[in-house]
Design a binder for this molecule. Structure first.
Ligand code: PLP
Length: 221
């Protein structure tokens, strides 16, 4: 399936387009977020030169080290936060990121609401759902999602959709389908789901944002 003459970026884009087409969707309705965590600027620049504009990181501090210089050089870059966020880093996150995918608890609603207020910057957020109900994993419990959405609305945080990372090593499709159902029930248009190993399945099930790291950058050490 993979065509050897394509760059990793072209290959991933082609696979997204193919999956979208199979599902009767427009490839342009799926945003590819290149997850560059652990990779240095030298690995990111070639992707920028190939036209990729949307990137993701999972640590505020790591992103603060890498991205200001890149954004200075390319004003149209967009940076998404896809990792767990500590409340005491809410200000830094609101300052640096264009979108946050890990809103998952009331204390973070309150911290992000205050940070957005203070900085006068509304950052679109996804509510992260612990879709496999895994004890060790981040994300809001399924049953708590409506209440968290209500409190985010009250804090005037623009919630645009739901995000999930399904349990490792089992078929992800039922989890993607459940997240899509929950988003529809709550009137949310966007779904952040799908990583290197499963983004085509996610696109077929309605992902509007796929978060792809190793398929673009190679394995992380
Ligand atoms: C690292 C990470 C990704 C990308 O993972 P790959 O398997 O390398 O594509 C996506 N989402 C989140 C939340 C991550 O932490």
């Amino acid at each position: 399936m993979d065509q050897p003459d394509l760059t990793p970026l072209e290959d991933v884009r082609a696979r997204i387009a193919r999956a979208a087409k199979i599902a009767g969707r427009e490839p342009g309705d799926v945003e590819l977020i290149a997850i560059s965590k652990t990779h240095p600027a030298e690995a990111i620049v070639p992707l920028i030169e190939q036209g990729q504009r949307v990137f993701g990181e999972n640590r505020v501090q790591e992103a603060q080290g890498k991205w200001p210089a890149l954004i200075e050089a390319h004003a149209d870059l967009k940076l998404h936060l896809v990792g767990q966020l500590q409340s005491n880093k809410a200000d830094d996150a609101v300052r640096l990121f264009d979108c946050i995918h890990s809103l998952d608890r009331p204390s973070l609603v309150s911290a992000l609401g205050k940070a957005m207020d203070k900085l006068g910057k509304q950052v679109p957020c996804f509510v992260q759902v612990n879709i496999g109900e895994e004890a060790q994993k981040g994300g809001c419990a399924i049953a708590d999602v409506p209440a968290l959405l209500a409190s985010a609305r009250e804090a005037q945080i623009p919630v645009v959709g739901l995000m999930c990372v399904p349990p490792f090593g089992i078929e992800p499709a039922p989890f993607f389908a459940l997240l899509a159902k929950m988003a529809a029930e709550n009137g949310l248009d966007h779904l952040s789901m799908g990583m290197s190993d499963d983004f085509e399945t996610a696109v077929k099930l309605g992902a509007t944002h796929v978060r792809v790291g190793s398929a673009l950058f190679g394995a992380r050490s």
